[in-house]
Design a protein around this ligand. Structure first.
Ligand code: NAI
Length: 252
């Protein structure tokens, strides 16, 4: 079985991904700021909004990691600079550091979101965030109008664009990168989305025949971590009951 690092393992989609990987015979190294649940073989507490915490985490992780599932994320109820730190800068920093401990033919999968569907219209703003350091995030948010309404969308658009851009970055070692974009999923943060984004999320939920469940997302993540997806590189796979194509077709 493969050894997979799962961030955000203590709740929702991360916890379900850990269970799925275990069922498929894999070994789960869990990472979260909160204590872990049952489905992990080992666990490391870390704050993925902090460079120091990520440095300490990567230093203590073993070599020979076959996969990284970037699932930790915060909703738009968190301050914009925290949303950008956890969902974008921390995710990228952890990935780029952890690659040195990954096996040949490893796989990276990041959870983006249906909220990132509009990325094509945000490329200049996303470009401006390339190379953004942790301590520059507050200024960046102020200068680019990344407020409560925008932070979560921006963060997920940036993850999608970064995934597409890095299709071949680690090709010499056979390491692949892909993303999965869920629509609304019944987890503890769903209520936070409704609180901040209100009508947009409620409208999505009305159009969908039902909200997603973590078990609708985890198998897609597990597939992208497995050898069966070896020729899938640099893509974002929507897992949202059809919402992504619904939104795109209604816009054009
Ligand atoms: P959740 O709140 O159940 O799980 C998120 C996990 O991330 C928690 O265990 C939390 O402790 C951890 N986390 C947050 N900040 C952290 C930090 N600074 N350091 C370490 N761990 C941290 O939420 P859910 O729904 O399972 O979310 C997982 C991912 O899926 C997130 O990236 C979220 O943005 C994304 N997503 C969720 C959707 C939904 O409707 N639930 C829809 C689309 C995407």
């Amino acid at each position: 079985g493969k050894t997979i690092v799962v961030t955000g393992v203590s709740s929702g989609i991360g916890a379900e991904t850990a269970r799925t990987i275990k069922r498929q015979g894999g070994t789960v190294i869990g990472v979260d700021r909160n204590p872990a649940g049952e489905a992990v073989d080992s666990f490391f507490q870390a704050d993925l909004s902090s460079r120091d915490s990520i440095d300490a985490l990567v230093a203590s992780l073993p070599h020979g990691i076959d996969g990284l599932a970037n699932i930790a994320g915060v909703p738009p109820t968190a301050p914009p600079e925290v949303v950008v730190a956890v969902n974008v800068v921390g995710l990228k920093y952890l990935t780029e550091k952890l690659v040195s401990k990954m096996s040949e033919n490893g796989a990276i999968v990041s959870i983006a979101s249906l909220a990132g569907v509009g990325w094509a219209d945000s490329v200049p703003q996303i470009r401006a965030a390339e190379g953004l350091e942790f301590d520059q995030i507050p200024d960046f948010c102020r200068e680019h109008d990344i407020d409560e309404q925008r932070s979560y969308f921006f963060s997920k658009e940036a993850v999608i664009v970064w995934t597409l851009q890095n299709r071949w970055t680690w090709r010499d070692r056979g390491i692949r990168i892909n993303a999965v974009s869920p629509g609304p999923v019944e987890t503890p943060i769903l209520a936070d989305f409704v609180k901040t984004l209100g009508a947009r999320v409620e409208e999505d939920m009305r159009v969908m025949d039902r909200p997603g469940r973590p078990s609708d997302i985890a198998p897609v993540v597990a597939f992208l971590l497995s050898d069966g997806s070896r020729w899938i590189r640099g893509v974002n796979i929507p897992a949202d009951g059809g919402m992504n194509s619904y939104i795109l077709s209604h816009k054009h």
